[in-house]
Write a protein that binds this ligand. Sequence first.
Ligand SMILES: CC(C)(COP(=O)(O)OP(=O)(O)OC[C@H]1O[C@@H](n2cnc3c(N)ncnc32)[C@H](O)[C@@H]1OP(=O)(O)O)[C@@H](O)C(=O)NCCC(=O)NCCS
Length: 353
Amino acid sequence: MNAKIAGLGYYVPKRVVTNDELSKHMDTSDEWIQERTGIKERRYGDMPNETTSTMAKEASLIAIERAGIQKEDIDFIIFATLSPDYYFPGCGVLLQRALGITGTTIGALDVRNQCSGFIYALSIADKFIKTGTYKNILVVGSEMHSMGLDFSTRGRGVTVIFGDGAGAAIVQATEEKDKGILTSHLHSDGTFAEELAMISPGSHGGFHDNDQEKYGFKKTDKPGGGYFVTQKMLDEELTTPNMNGQLVFKNAVVRFREVIHEALTHAQLEPEDINMLIPHQANLRISQFIQKSMNLSDDQVFNNIQKYGNTTAASIPIALTEAWEQGKIKDGDLVCLAAFGSGFTWGSALIRW
Ligand SMILES: CC(C)(COP(=O)(O)OP(=O)(O)OC[C@H]1O[C@@H](n2cnc3c(N)ncnc32)[C@H](O)[C@@H]1OP(=O)(O)O)[C@@H](O)C(=O)NCCC(=O)NCCS
């Protein structure tokens, strides 16, 4: 069996947030954001009516319909997100419940690989299909970043980049030999784990930087630590993401190229064979750098970060769906997906459409 993408869907909230709107809350400007990231605007969910799992449901319903299946035909869910509704349980079971497919007690798996989450999830789905375990797997990436960002000037380096949204794919078993996911490649390097991270709240207790004070952790007379979140974390707003932008940029441009070449070499293909590269929408400058260094034409690369910002695990399925809707991906095309992000983790997949 091969694994093909039988249906795609995406959902973005209605609320458009422009760079000018952000500049009312922090010291930034439309010019700075566009020049460094290419982003013009992003979407923010309508709290509390929208969450990571409700957006995922909307995207999933479209993907299910386009795949021509019933939701009861889904035999596994894989949900990638870094902004889950709850610390636990994960969004997979919330999506299962929201879709009303609890009667079949199918498995639901959450993937915590941030920007490369969708590629990790897709790769898992591919293996489950190829081993004959499942026939229709719902693979989702969804993010509600707007709930967890720092809207003061201190947070501007991170906040201006991220947006909310969801994308979904039905990965389906097919007997067609030359169709579907040809290969996928996954990597990580935990050396820089804290360089793009939201480390608190958590159970780290100040261990990794040997500094309990910094986070307000104190030994108590209770048998355990007693908390994930401290008053100091709340008072000093230590519960928002941080990013070493330049380090991320430098690693991203190397790893993106490396992992795309790895997939091409594995499939005995060349960059010119790619009909459509969908890079994770991290930053338009990163996508442009990869395009140029791989000698790809504008027609071979799809970007939509200008409209949605970086939606982390959702960015690839949203972009893939838009490219497909716009007729930019046709039967027989070679589609390449690639991502890099927090962890650091990165990956690629080649799909014969
Ligand atoms: C984040 C990023 C756009 C910052 O651009 P940069 O050119 O590296 O900018 P720097 O971080 O060096 O900051 C340059 C200056 O701009 C300022 N700055 C940072 N964010 C700003 C913002 N939103 N608006 C205005 N100024 C800002 C900095 O404070 C700094 O000021 P200083 O020179 O007075 O100290 C860039 O590093 C990047 O794109 N990195 C990759 C990030 C990414 O892709 N993340 C997603 C991972 S999947």
